[in-house]
Design a protein around this ligand. Structure first.
Ligand code: CTP
Ligand code: MG
Length: 258
């Protein structure tokens, strides 16, 4: 598979899509031209659980800022046509990073991850087709690889809804009372832990996010509409760096020692 980046620049969305920006279905119409694959990386968080003054996506990891590993992986992928990075308007770190091919910085981060992704989708709307695939990937998951990107795209590109990387849950799960005493065991059959990228077409994704409140990933916006995103098995290496101790494990993975 290679990127469809030979495609001619497209005209206004209304001319390019059988459905245009209005009146589209949340299940995509058959596309008139080959859709592209575009990465959208929300990177406007402050990393409060990490507890360091610098947002975690800029913390050094195996010789360069975490976010640079993520940008590099998408920029080097032959399947990805463009990369959009969403940072906060006040971001004072992004300009120190080297520019990368096909990558654009959008200074439109919001108060939540959902708002940052929604603002990014709005900001890119003039440059993308309504049926282009958007791969939303957390800046805090530096373990993403070309293999995982290819696997996700190959499993999801013909899906009418979209899909995401996720891991089948392996631990025994306990639901507790309010005082950290196990109340009961939750069967882990059919339980998955969501990862990113999460891959949906541009217009349905924007519409789904705008119609949902307080969601923590893109897939749940579609689930609330009764749609069923496809789950594609990811990798434990693609974990989200959240707590200080995650940094060491991420560094070991990136150096190839774990
Ligand atoms: N994110 C974002 N805009 C926000 C909040 C989060 O773009 N307002 C991004 C983060 O930068 C990160 C991804 O969403 O790449 C996943 O979020 P998370 O791991 O929760 O990061 P933070 O919100 O920064 O961390 P914390 O929740 O500990 O504050
Ligand atoms: Mg957060």
């Amino acid at each position: 598979m290679t990127a469809n980046n030979q495609r001619q620049p497209a005209g206004p969305l209304s001319e390019r899509s059988p459905s245009g920006m209005t009146g589209f279905s949340l299940i995509a119409d058959p596309p008139m031209s080959l859709p592209r694959f575009i990465a959208l990386i929300p990177a406007a968080g402050i990393g409060s659980r990490m507890g360091s003054p610098m947002p975690k996506q800029y913390a050094p990891l195996a010789g360069k800022p975490m976010i640079q590993h993520v940008m590099q992986t998408f920029s080097d992928s032959p399947l990805i046509d463009a990369i959009y990075l969403v940072v906060s308007a006040a971001d004072g770190y992004i300009d120190a990073l080297p520019a990368m091919p096909r990558t654009r910085i959008l200074r439109c981060g919001g108060a939540t991850r959902q708002a940052s992704v929604t603002n990014g989708l709005l900001a890119m709307a003039h440059d993308v087709d309504s049926d282009d695939w958007i791969l939303v990937h957390d800046a805090a998951r530096p373990g993403i690889s070309h293999e995982l990107i290819e696997k996700l795209i190959s499993f999801v590109k013909d899906d009418p809804v979209g899909g995401l990387l996720a891991l089948p849950v392996v631990d025994t799960l306990k639901r507790s009372d309010a005082h950290a005493h196990a109340d009961h065991t939750v069967p882990r059959e059919h339980l998955w832990a969501a990862q990113t990228p999460q891959m949906f077409r541009h217009a349905p994704l924007l519409s789904a996010l705008q119609s949902s409140e307080a969601i923590t990933d893109e897939a749940s916006a579609f689930e609330r509409l009764g749609l069923k995103p496809r789950l594609v098995e990811g990798s434990p290496r693609n974990f989200k760096v959240t707590l200080p101790e995650d940094m060491l494990l991420a560094e070991l993975h990136l150096k190839g020692n774990a």
